[in-house]
Design a protein around this ligand. Structure first.
Ligand code: IPE
Ligand code: IPE
Ligand code: MG
Length: 245
């Protein structure tokens, strides 16, 4: 397993968990079994991130666009999510993990939403790590929703044009309580961001791997973090400037 430097950990890791369907196909199973196997990777990755000291982990579990999938698959994904929340709530308490969620959560419907709100409330006092689930999430929808709320506040006379700086906009996003991701991991071999955290990833380091999500385990995570630790994050400056500070 790749060695990682505990002093240079990404504070916030975001993951596009892709490749469940192809994993199932390769194992001659239905897509839903691929999602079920993917839930095991979620458990492993959450536990490992907590153990090594990651502060924020955001998992892209269901996109706004995923509603376009066949009804049976959507239903199975929501069911799996509900099961995950039921089964993992105690584990989150034991590991001092705080659950959060971003996205158009109301569209998830009653059983999932109730369980989600319950677990968020139950874990609200935990300070070990934030596990943030992106559910019915779309980056452009998030930005449009933020803009529309800003217009409401402007019409109500609460804000004026000059207030609208980038820091101000950030407060209207679903992620207002979270720092931007330092590292994005996408499994499953596609090189795209599929409407994930568009605003927040302005300076995120990207790591793509062909490994399918159900096969992604601790060594794969360590490899991604080790890769991140080799990067020089310049934020527009020169290497020389960074060496001097
Ligand atoms: C990711 O796996 C899980 C979700 C999008 C919910 P996919 O289901 O997209 O798997 P592939 O891309 O078809 O292999
Ligand atoms: C991205 O995967 C969404 C999630 C992992 C939840 P998709 O499989 O939906 O992405 P596209 O459609 O291939 O871009
Ligand atoms: Mg996919």
């Amino acid at each position: 397993m790749k060695e990682i430097d505990p002093d240079k950990l990404p504070q916030h890791i975001a993951i596009i968990m892709d490749g469940n369907g192809r994993w199932a196909e390769r194992h001659a199973m239905g897509r839903v079994l691929g999602h079920r196997k993917g839930a095991e990777s979620v458990r492993v990755v959450v536990r490992t991130c907590r153990r090594i000291g990651i502060s924020f982990l955001t998992l892209y579990a269901f996109s706004m666009e995923n509603w376009l999938r066949p009804k049976a698959e959507v239903r199975a994904l929501l069911k799996l999510l509900e099961e995950y929340l039921v089964n993992e709530a105690q584990e989150m308490m034991d590991q001092n993990i705080r659950l959060m969620a971003i996205g158009n959560l109301d569209s998830l419907g009653a059983p999932v939403l109730t369980k989600l709100r319950e677990t968020i409330a139950r874990t609200a006092g935990n300070g070990g790590m934030v596990l943030n689930l992106a559910l019915s999430y779309g980056g452009r929808d998030e930005i449009a929703t933020a803009a529309s709320r800003m217009v409401d506040d402007a019409l109500a006379g609460k804000i004026k044009t000059a207030d609208v700086t980038k820091e101000f906009c950030q407060r209207y996003l679903y992620t207002s309580a979270l720092p931007d991701p330092d590292l994005l991991i996408r499994t499953g071999g596609e090189y795209r961001i599929s409407n994930f955290l568009l605003w927040q990833m302005a300076y995120t380091e990207f790591y793509f791997t062909d490994t399918l999500w159900p096969d992604f385990r601790e060594p794969d995570l360590m490899e991604a973090i080790a890769g991140y630790q080799q990067r020089e994050r310049r934020f527009g400056r020169t290497s020389e400037q960074l060496r001097r500070t």
